[in-house]
Design a protein around this ligand. Structure first.
Ligand SMILES: Nc1ncnc2c1ncn2[C@@H]1O[C@H](COP(=O)(O)OP(=O)(O)O)[C@@H](O)[C@H]1O
Ligand SMILES: O=P(O)(O)OC[C@H](O)CO
Length: 715
């Protein structure tokens, strides 16, 4: 008899005073699972891999511009509370109450970045989602600072390539483009965090002493954490211009961090587990031994391979990431990760944009199953560029191989196959890095309920695919971590607990699947470089910006992803023909030019003079104040410098190419290369900077534009 039927029968007998299912009450663990598109709250009986109760809500995702994805941080908190209340209400049916929940874990979409005010608790901008590519030009600005524009230049330290995907780029973008963020930074009110930090800070009291923390797995996705020290890396913070005091403290993935104190139904429960959702699925799938791997299919798709306590550097486009650290004194365990940006997201694209399906769960498998093949159609869903192993932000989606015979059935099937081919791309890279092909693939995530997808995955990779009993291994993983920290869910025992699975075996020949894979690679080639072709403003539609979920009146015109290809010296726009700021297109063009000129020449123009010492900007402070000592960079620290690597090259680059600097009115100011200032006696303040203006270095075009805008001669 099924568990649900037993429950129904018990309910008839016992009424509201339900006994627990096997007579003895177990400790309960709550898990918050904040994904890109959904929030869930799940409650487990400790040491069981089955969920007891859960509730889920969809999230709103705004797309104010092409390539921009935003979420409302307050909605995330609201939905968590709603889900928790609903799930806790259901506990009575099982003979439990809220008081039986002994610990809470949090698993979350990674990299998504939030900036908020420490004193008011207000988010300063919508959360910038992990898959948002607005930071394209920020990436280019950073790449311009590193030798050979090598996107893998920081991999030895952080495990990650320089890509719009990671939080440091989003933080930098927020500081460069959002006045309120810059002001908060200047006034030391700014807090940055990934979604876990935002949730924990709010749950533990917010402005009344909320904890500003994150765990190693989330921190390892920022591009600011050093994989060796498991702490914020001074050089990386410096390169991206992010103050350490605005970043959360990095903690292990399983320890008692604090108690919920937000007046919600969760009040009083200990928070004792935090894991990024893909790492959490690795724990949930019980892949706790080096050599074990899992693939999670949700909005994106992420294959993680446990490499034990060694952090292995990929030479084939994979990331090195922290898999978990189950306690403050436990060793950190690392993983190689193959990240796929668009998996389930492609199904939503077919539903919402192309309107080929109405309901993802019901239609996808059914419609794709009506044809026996894709009819040689290939769909590369590079909607926001391609992640591993390509890391090409200039790739864009293509559907190719269309004939007069093609129907929507073929396209939907091709979208499913795309998920499988992308997984094969990752497996190929992983095999090359590890030298040992994976002999089976453990899978989870909501998409894995699609049997056709699972069979295609086995057929297109040639290895058995083992589906987890429950699709949400992320919530389970952090449940285990949280239970482990409070001593009710032993990881050691969990390690031997085999997760039941359904197995899909390959039915194709090697030749068959290799031929198909070759065609896929051809399709990928055709998707590359698409976004580097210049588009006109009318084509981008950026002049007519759709409203964002925040009224961000202080957002500067978004930087254009193509700007690094401009040679500003050779740009000779007809300044006189530039109309006043009523025309948004022209206005944004001027702003872009100013921003670009500023970046290229490291020279910043005071539209109004700096006011006083206090007007000095965060970035100026960052480079010139005594905080330099924290980074072993200033003269007094030179002798004691510990880091003996080729970082010196980066230091030089940074010193000669500061980020944009603004005064208190958010006007860019003029500085010489920072290198000259670094060794000046302190204090170096606005007045010194002003004296050192070298306007003759300004390109003519830049001066002309500023004259036009301010009606003030700069020379
Ligand atoms: N049966 C299915 N077949 C194909 N795709 C599915 C199916 N069910 C769900 N999906 C896709 O899987 C994704 C589910 O994501 P979800 O679990 O809500 O995770 P998250 O919010 O963390 O991204 C969605 O993008 C959806 O389009
Ligand atoms: O929303 P998901 O579940 O696809 O997860 C997003 C990832 O954590 C991004 O790195």
């Amino acid at each position: 008899m099924s568990f649900k039927r037993i429950l129904r029968r018990q309910k008839r007998i016992y009424g509201d005073e339900m006994p627990v299912r096997d007579g003895t009450k177990k400790s309960l663990i709550g898990a918050i699972d904040d994904g890109t598109k959904t929030v869930r709250f799940v409650i487990y009986e400790a040491e069981r891999s089955e969920e007891l109760v859960s509730h889920q809500l969809d999230k709103t995702e705004a797309q104010p511009q092409e390539g921009w994805y935003e979420q409302d941080p307050l909605e995330i908190l609201h939905n968590i509370k709603m889900c928790a209340e609903n799930a806790i209400d259901q506990l009575a049916e099982f003979g439990y109450s809220k008081d039986d929940i002994v610990a809470l874990g949090i698993t979350n979409q990674r990299e998504t970045t939030i900036a908020w005010d420490k004193f008011t608790g207000e988010p300063l901008h919508p959360a910038i989602s992990w898959n948002d590519i607005r930071t394209d030009s920020t990436v280019d600005a950073i790449l311009a600072k590193v030798p050979d524009r090598n996107k893998n230049y920081l991999k030895n330290i952080s495990g990650l390539p320089i890509s719009p995907y990671f939080s440091a780029l989003k933080m930098r973008w927020l500081k460069d483009n959002i006045k309120s963020v810059r002001r908060a930074s200047r006034d030391k009110r700014l807090l940055f965090g990934t979604v876990d930090s935002w949730i924990v800070w709010n749950l533990t009291g917010g402005v009344h002493g909320g904890l500003h923390i994150t765990d190693v797995t989330n921190a390892s996705r920022t591009l600011l954490m050093n994989l060796e020290t498991l702490n914020w890396d001074p050089m990386l913070c410096r390169l991206f211009g992010i103050h350490r005091e605005s970043l959360p403290q990095i903690r292990s993935s399983a320890e008692i961090y604090g108690i919920v104190k937000d007046g919600s139904i969760l009040d009083g429960i200990r928070i004792s587990g935090i894991l990024g959702n893909q790492q959490s699925a690795l724990v949930g799938q019980n892949c706790l031994q080096a050599g074990q791997a899992k693939n999670t299919y949700r909005t994106g798709c992420f294959l993680l391979y446990n490499t034990g306590t060694r952090h292995v550097q990929s030479t084939h486009g994979l990331l090195t990431t922290v898999a978990y650290k189950l306690g403050p004194n436990a060793p950190a365990v690392y993983a190689l990760e193959g990240s796929i940006a668009v998996a389930g997201g492609a199904m939503k694209f077919l539903r919402d944009n192309l309107k080929l399906i109405k309901d993802v769960t019901q239609d996808t498998e059914h419609i794709a199953g009506q044809v026996f093949s894709t009819g040689d159609v290939y769909f590369v869903p590079a909607l926001n560029g391609l992640y591993a192993p390509y890391w090409r932000k200039d790739a864009r989606g293509i559907i190719c191989g269309l004939t007069a015979f093609t129907t929507k059935n073929h396209i939907i099937r091709a979208a499913l196959e795309a998920v499988c081919f992308q997984t094969r791309d990752i497996l190929e890279a992983m095999n090359k890095d590890c030298g040992m092909p994976l002999s089976k693939l453990h899978v989870d995530g909501r998409m894995t309920s699609n049997d056709l997808l699972m069979q295609l995955q086995a057929d297109l990779t040639g290895i058995p695919v083992l589906r987890a009993q429950s699709w949400d291994m992320s919530a389970l993983g952090v449940g285990v971590a949280a239970g482990h920290a409070v001593g009710v869910w032993a990881v050691e025992r969990w390690r031997h607990h085999a997760t039941p699975t359904h197995t899909f075996l390959p039915t194709t020949t090697d030749d068959d699947r290799d031929a198909r894979y070759t065609k896929w690679k051809m399709a990928v080639q055709r998707s590359l470089g698409w976004a580097s072709t210049k588009k006109s403003i009318t084509m981008t539609g950026q002049t007519k910006r759709k409203s964002s979920m925040f009224q961000s009146s202080d957002t500067l015109t978004p930087p254009d992803s193509r700007k690094t290809s401009w040679d500003v010296d050779n740009i000779k726009p007809d300044i006189d023909s530039i109309k006043p700021a009523t025309d948004e297109g022209v206005d944004s063009y001027i702003e872009e030019l100013i921003q670009y000129s500023a970046r290229k020449f490291s020279i910043f123009v005071p539209l109004k003079g700096p006011k006083d010492e206090h007007t000095i900007l965060d970035d100026a402070e960052y480079y010139m104040s005594k905080k330099e000592c924290d980074y072993d960079m200033c003269q007094c620290c030179q002798g004691k410098k510990k880091i003996q690597t080729d970082w010196e090259t980066i230091e030089e680059i940074i010193e000669n190419d500061p980020e944009i600097i603004f005064d208190s009115d958010d006007n860019p100011i003029v500085v010489e290369p920072v290198k000259d200032h670094l060794y000046e006696p302190a204090p170096l303040v606005g007045t010194s900077l002003k004296k050192r203006m070298q306007l003759e270095k300004l390109p003519v075009i830049f001066k002309n534009i500023c004259n036009k805008l301010t009606n003030t001669s700069l020379t």
